[in-house]
Design a protein around this ligand. Sequence first.
Ligand SMILES: *Cc1c(COP(=O)(O)O)cnc(C)c1O
Length: 391
Amino acid sequence: MKSHPLFEKLRIFAPGPTPVPESVLAQMSLPPLHHRTEEFGRILDRTRKNLSWLFQTDQRAYVLACSGTGAMEATIVNLCAAGDEVVVINGGKFGERWTKLAQRYGLKVHELKFDWGEAADPAQVVAALKQNPNVRAVLMQASETSTGAYHPVEQIAKAVHETSDALVCVDAITALGVSPLPMDKWGLDVVISGSQKAFMLPPGLAFMSLSERANQARKRTSIPNFYFSLAEEDKVFDKAQTAWTPAVSLIVGLDMVLARMREAGLEAIFNHHARLAEGTRHGVTAMGLSLLAKKSPSASVTSVLLPAGMTNGDKIISHLRDRYGMTVADGQDHYKGKMFRIAHLGYYDELDMLTVLSAVELTLDKLGIPVKLGQGVGAAARYFRESENQV
Ligand SMILES: *Cc1c(COP(=O)(O)O)cnc(C)c1O
């Protein structure tokens, strides 16, 4: 059985693109502004300042017209030269992307692999830096979206700075606006993010900010670049312009979302995500399912392993989609068909999490996997109720 199209709803619980609030969609549907107008300049200027607030930095925040990977590429091409040595923390698909990108540009990569679901170990990063004293940058994720693990960014940044001059470059694409990541305070040299995750916007924008040290490094080396040239961006930054045509409609939406984030405050935003994540974990474990990232789970996405012996996880995912119009993410690579991932970053609330947990229970039951309806939902609801006054 399937809902009649009359009643069907699109329910996205994948870690990007995430749902967009109706009011933001409405605002973005207005005719695009011209990007060289004063009106747009004011919007761009305000969004950049609000981004710096969210990054918790005194530095510039750049808004690029690309998906998150574009900001990863911008990091490499603005800060490195061919032949440079870098350390990559690879704990999943996105760590692997740093490696591929760096290698494509002729960098020498020292890769530190961590098991999927495990957080990176700062001691191993230190050891790699001691062994390779010429390393110029450490490339890492904060939240490794493919596994649901959260790396200890603060400890790693501290350890790197104590050991070497390497720049700490953090892909915070599913961490910024979710968990505390004070860029200046922690000494993060590059932080990047993207619109379709915690920013509750469609894909198409990436954000990045660089420390003073990273800006110095830009002068020393750069791989030939054009579209992602931060030097080009800097030429017009103070005129409240971008080097190329900005994604004006998305920036209008960004302006709205950032204004609301500022109104809510960082602490409320971080607490909200922490609660949704914890409630979701309560729910899935109460159903008898287990988590891939147990020790250091991300507040943006929960990776759920399928019941032992069940190999066809695709069935859960396709049933959620076909029966309930609900999208959860599959596992990737060797976890394909062995787990699914539930996002809770951006425009979600407690009731959304109860909905996805309920759909998972109904699906397990339908597929003949033993579960008591209400078991997971009840556990999550109780957690939400009990934690409500603590924050
Ligand atoms: C989504 C994501 C990216 C960027 O992917 P795009 O498809 O280019 O937006 C990079 N890193 C992480 C950790 C992500 O979650």
